[in-house]
Design a protein around this ligand. Structure first.
Ligand code: PMV
Length: 311
């Protein structure tokens, strides 16, 4: 048996759209923070037949089944049992597929001596889920061309950061990110400008992080997020991931910024609001978000380490 753990990550420069679907090459570079506290813990064992157990229940997950078929086209793998647990709500829009695949790839490599080096691990994680290789590293990671291999980002110049997650709905999303990305690419008039402007956002984010400039990072991260949602909204049929509470949280964050709090927001393919702030104001940000009607739960997290094999 081999077991690995990985933490979810939240993109500050967003990934939406694939250049190539077979090996899951993104159309745009992306950059993320890795969370602490929340973990996916994945155990892999040879068994009589294939089975997947998610949070204690036997599951059929087509992403995992397709992934194993792709691995088996290159490597001999016996039938196996995958047992994966999240210590955070799976339906909460916190990218459990990223941490799940990062942990799965490490556990498979350890258990079956696949001989994957760091580059192969990042490649296989990306084939599992586009954002998964970013969970291999902490506290920040990036993925960009031409190799599309995830790498750590040196965040030592930045002040201590916290991520406050406001849960605004516990309903599972109806459109998967892969289907949504394909639809945006084929129907939105904004897809081309989205791709054309992504590199500039990456450069601005990298410079801000290297200089320890929170405000510059906030500006580019909010812009990247809003551009991604403009792309989603302009997809046919429209991809609308926000609910009224998401918008109320965004308004509250703007007010906090006007009050001088170091905070900015990001939203992914779901209605949860993620507020990134300096650690000293995390309590104030959490209290403000908790006071909003429709906010169901608030989690205050720090930045965490990369994925690792634990047994
Ligand atoms: O890894 P996927 O296919 O679930 O895509 C993730 C897409 C976003 O979360 C919306 C953005 C990102 O960069 O994580």
């Amino acid at each position: 048996m081999s077991r690995a753990i990985a933490h979810p990550n939240i993109a500050l420069v967003k990934y939406w759209g694939k250049a190539e679907t077979a090996s899951n090459i993104p159309a745009v570079p992306s950059l993320s923070v890795t969370l602490d506290t929340f973990i996916s813990e994945t155990e892999v064992t040879a068994a009589k037949t294939d089975s997947v157990v998610l949070d204690g229940r036997v599951a059929t997950d087509s992403k995992i089944t397709d992934f194993l078929a792709t691995v088996r086209a290159k490597h001999e793998l016996p039938p196996l049992r995958i047992d994966s647990r999240n210590n955070f709500p799976t339906a909460a829009g916190l990218a459990s597929s990223a941490s799940g695949f990062a942990a799965l790839v490490l556990a498979l490599n350890a258990e079956f001596d696949l001989g994957w080096d760091d580059v192969a691990i990042a490649d296989w994680a990306r084939i599992g889920s586009g954002s998964a290789p970013r969970s291999l590293f902490g506290p920040m990671a990036q993925i960009n061309g031409p190799d599309w291999i995830a790498k750590p980002v040196d965040a030592t110049a930045m002040p201590e950061l916290a991520v406050v997650v406001a849960i605004t709905s516990k309903t599972r999303k109806t459109t998967s990110s892969s289907a949504g990305m394909a639809a945006s690419k084929s129907t939105s008039p904004y897809f081309e400008p989205w791709v054309a402007t992504a590199e500039a956002d990456m450069n601005a984010a990298r410079q801000a992080i290297a200089a320890g400039n929170f405000d510059a990072l906030a500006t580019v991260a909010e812009h990247s997020c809003m551009k991604m949602h403009a792309l989603m909204l302009s997809t046919r049929p429209s991809l609308r991931y926000w609910n009224p509470t998401t918008l109320a949280c965004l308004d509250a964050a703007s007010e906090m910024q006007q009050d001088g709090l170091r905070v900015f927001c990001t939203v992914d393919a779901g209605p949860q609001l993620k507020a990134i702030c300096t650690e000293d104001v995390a309590g104030a940000v959490a209290a403000r978000l908790e006071s909003i009607d429709g906010v169901l739960d608030v989690h205050v997290l720090g930045l965490g380490p990369g994925a690792r094999v634990v047994a």
